[in-house]
Design a protein around this ligand. Structure first.
Ligand code: MLT
Length: 338
């Protein structure tokens, strides 16, 4: 394959690129996407022992690109986050090292929407509890009276793509949509029939069902806490004493898990379902012992369809990058010179 060198500028720093790259894949990638990279002439290592010598790395959430890890990868020009969240990448360190960071923001939306809805229904109809009871030989029909989602208000913390998708299903189920998202243009919420609140406290006051959809940042860390949970009334818009319900398939750390356990214990929360945790893997998490909690091990994007889409989006992005095209989903700002 012909070696063509090009230059890109990442925040003013020139980096040299060629169109054939050594790519490390640290957390797995769909087989067809790996084949696509190989067919394009790139080399792919699915079990790299270090990142030294690689031009690009494809990571999911398990690999942490700390300043140290970045310093130990002097040839790196591209970090491809196969997924949405980039909280496992030190963006400043990547930018300082002249490394472009890209993600695949839309590929897993539908999968996370469906998992979120699944958790909401599992919570309000006690599906996980009922299954646990059944397996223990207990026919607990009388104690498993649930409540409908219909006629209730759902409050979204963050109203991006995934929340909007959840919102459409929630509306179809008869829920009223509310959200806190200081970064969302008003017309987007209007188009989704969702009322945006400037004060997050109003969302908790109004809604019995909260679904978290924001990134983990300094601003959102423990945004769901003892004080915000205490504002919830437990009475649905339709007058049903439905209790308060919390779901998060977004990022661990937005929800203060100690406050959630306390709220489950004192009845402020009727249920909580989490796919993401402050510490993962969440093996010894005390929430796992609470009967009104159920969880999944960070599987929001873990569907065949999402992984296929993510893999192909990432492969295309890498191929384009090493051919001199600016990827659409650059997370740290850059200017390419063709
Ligand atoms: C994401 O940020 O895309 C999701 O959390 C999925 C993942 O990283 O596994």
């Amino acid at each position: 394959m012909k070696h063509v060198y090009q230059y890109a500028y990442v925040d003013g720093v020139a980096i040299k690129r060629s169109n054939m790259a050594n790519i490390a894949v640290t957390d797995g990638m769909a087989a067809d996407a790996v084949t696509k990279l190989l067919d394009a002439g790139h080399e792919v290592d699915l079990e790299p022992s270090s990142l030294d010598g690689f031009d690009a790395v494809v990571i999911r959430s398990a690999t942490k690109m700390t300043p140290d890890a970045i310093a130990q990868a002097p040839n790196l020009k591209l970090i491809g986050r196969a997924g949405v969240g980039v909280d496992n990448i030190d963006l400043d360190a990547a930018t300082d090292a002249g490394i472009l960071v890209c993600n695949t923001p839309g590929s897993s939306t539908q999968s996370v929407v469906e998992l979120t809805i699944g958790h909401m229904l599992a919570s309000t109809r006690h599906i996980a509890t009922a299954d646990r009871d059944l397996r223990q030989g207990n026919w607990t029909k009388k104690s498993l009276r649930g409540t409908e989602l219909s006629g209730k208000r759902i409050g979204f913390i963050g109203f991006g793509r995934i929340a909007q998708g959840v919102g459409r299903v929630a509306r179809a189920l008869g829920m009223e949509l509310h959200a806190f998202d200081p970064y969302l243009p008003a017309h987007v919420a209007d188009a989704e029939n969702c009322e945006i609140h400037a004060d997050v406290a109003d969302v908790f006051r109004l809604c019995t069902h909260i679904s978290v959809h924001c990134n983990l940042t300094d601003e959102t860390h423990h945004l769901i806490n003892r004080d915000t949970l205490a504002l919830m009334t437990g009475i649905g818009a339709d007058g049903t004493d439905c209790g308060n319900h919390l779901v998060s398939c977004a990022r661990g750390g937005v929800v203060d898990e100690t406050a959630v356990l306390e709220a489950l214990n004192n009845g402020v929360l009727a249920s909580c379902a989490l796919d993401v945790f402050e510490v993962e893997p969440a093996i010894d998490n005390p929430l796992l012992n609470h009967p009104n909690f159920h969880g999944t091990p960070h599987i929001g994007a873990a569907t065949k369809e999402a992984q296929q889409r993510i893999g192909f989006e990432m492969a295309d992005l890498i191929i384009d990058f090493f051919n001199g095209t600016t990827p659409n989903s650059v997370v740290n700002k850059s200017v390419l010179i063709e």
